[in-house]
Design a protein around this ligand. Structure first.
Ligand SMILES: *Cc1c(COP(=O)(O)O)cnc(C)c1O
Length: 474
């Protein structure tokens, strides 16, 4: 019998132990690996974390409460959490060359909430309003929210519009950030599809926001953070950057100088599970003057830190500090540009005409489709993407007119520029063969075409095994 390697042994043993309690959970976990292996994953926000990152999460660090900060906890016996959090912070600071890092946020949204409260607390005295004492926050009317905002001095936020690629947490109404702040958006130039910094400056001068938020979820270009900081300084705003999507490109030194947010922003937030390839979680980086406010994230807006996830963050940051991570980050962008070129060569229309980063936004209106139709037609053909608004989207935020594709996951898997051209061909085949149906969700696609593309996609993936070191033996 050949000896199993450490990864296979570890995951098999873990599943055996779980299977003992409820086999359905063990099966779902194993099936997820199987499904991921079969999936041509072009979802720009997803990735594959290393076995070391995954294994660092499954342990008794999860059992420990450690509210507070390193060395100043509200609970006793936090020495090992202190060790883990200190090492995660050490790696995070070194990786991003940041003076301060906070690794407790449980997700990207939590990181943003920590940052917003830190910025507010730094700028305004928090009032005590007896009137709201016994009220449920979700029951407040719009007028009452306006009263609360007034009590905070009507702080304003300028963030990227949703249809240009901004995120819900950048001041939009369905999110708490849209209730805390009076929000206005900046967008992109209609002709170039790129941020119009002169227009941004004009809006900032007129609106005088307390916070300017840079960063995005669906903008295919690099952003000049040095220019944005100048604008923030001109109007006395705090400059925050949410690098949730492109943190891996900053860590891998693809985005440097004016395009690296760390030296230019007062405060930077991120997720750790997107291009950074870590566990599901968030982090905040800040200039020293904001550090004390950020440290109040727990218990102000966060519960006890997830010490097991902080351990996995430490591993992911350590992995990203290795020289090969820079090569990975560069390949993400090379692949994204190869995908864009492949699509353009076949006649597709891309928002902004191309990409500087890990994602490409295809305008599927040019194929006569809604994003909803295109997303499902591609999925039926074995290509996993997601629909997304495009600037001035004629189909709104639900149906949309765009398809967002990203390369971090497939790059982790080892696919290169030749495969990207092949994927562009498969995507174009599906999109140009799909006919819109009776509603914005319905469409017609010859099942033989979907089937053929699906087989070709699978064949391509077969040459790039996912988690090649992990053999579950099933
Ligand atoms: C993904 C994302 C988030 C939210 O991250 P979660 O971990 O899902 O909470 C926040 N901001 C931006 C820009 C994102 O792309």
């Amino acid at each position: 019998m050949s000896e199993l390697n450490a990864e296979s042994t570890a995951f098999r043993a873990a599943l055996d132990v779980v299977r003992d309690v409820d086999p359905r959970i063990a099966d779902a976990i194993a099936k997820e690996l199987h499904d991921q292996r079969e999936s041509l994953k072009l979802i720009a926000s997803e990735n594959y974390a290393s076995p070391a990152v995954l294994l660092a999460m499954g342990n008794w660090l999860s059992d420990k409460y450690a509210e507070g900060t390193i060395g100043r906890r509200f609970y006793a016996g936090c020495q090992n959490v202190d060790t883990v959090e200190s090492i995660a912070v050490e790696h995070a600071k070194a990786l991003f060359d940041a003076p301060y890092a906070y690794v407790q946020p449980h997700s990207g949204i939590d990181a943003n909430l920590v940052a917003y409260w830190a910025i507010l607390a730094d700028r305004v005295e928090v009032p005590y309003l007896k009137k709201f004492e016994k009220r449920q926050i979700n029951d407040l009317t719009d007028a009452e929210w306006a009263e609360l905002r007034a009590a905070f001095g009507n702080q304003r936020m300028l963030g990227m519009s949703l249809d240009a690629g901004g995120h819900l947490t950048h001041g939009f109404r369905p999110n708490i950030s849209g209730k805390m702040f009076d929000q206005r958006s900046y967008g992109v130039d209609a002709a170039t599809g790129q941020i119009d910094y002169a227009a941004l400056r004009e809006t900032a001068k007129e609106f005088k926001p307390a916070v300017i938020v840079g960063g995005y979820s669906a903008y295919p270009r690099k952003v000049n953070f040095a220019t944005m900081r100048e604008i923030a300084d001109e109007v006395g705003a705090t400059f925050m950057v949410d690098m949730a999507h492109f943190a891996g490109l900053v860590a891998g030194k693809v985005f440097t100088g004016d395009f690296n947010p760390i030296p230019h922003a007062h405060i930077v937030t991120t997720t750790t599970h997107k291009s950074l390839r870590g566990p599901r979680g968030g982090a905040v980086f800040a200039q020293p003057e904001l550090a004390d406010q950020v440290d109040r994230g727990c218990p102000m807006v966060l519960g006890g830190p997830l010490a097991h996830v902080m351990a996995a963050k430490a591993i992911a940051f350590a992995e990203a500090r290795r020289p090969e991570f820079a090569g990975y980050a560069q390949r993400i962008v090379d692949n994204s540009q190869a995908l864009a070129t492949g699509l353009l060569n076949r006649g597709a229309t891309l928002v902004s005409g191309g990409t500087d980063n890990h994602l490409v936004l295809v305008d599927v209106d040019k194929y006569g489709l809604t994003g909803r139709q295109a997303e499902q037609a591609l999925l039926d053909s074995g290509i996993v993407t997601n629909r997304n608004s495009i600037p001035q989207d004629p189909n709104g935020a639900w149906y949309t007119s765009g398809i967002r594709v990203g390369t971090p996951a497939l790059t982790s898997r080892g696919l290169g520029t030749a495969e990207m051209d092949q994927i562009a061909d498969l995507m174009h085949t599906v999109l140009s063969s799909t006919k819109p149906g009776a509603s914005k969700a319905k469409f017609d696609l010859d099942p033989a075409i979907a089937d053929r593309v699906s087989k070709q996609a699978n064949e391509m993936l077969g040459a790039f095994p996912l988690y090649p070191s992990v053999d579950l033996g099933i």
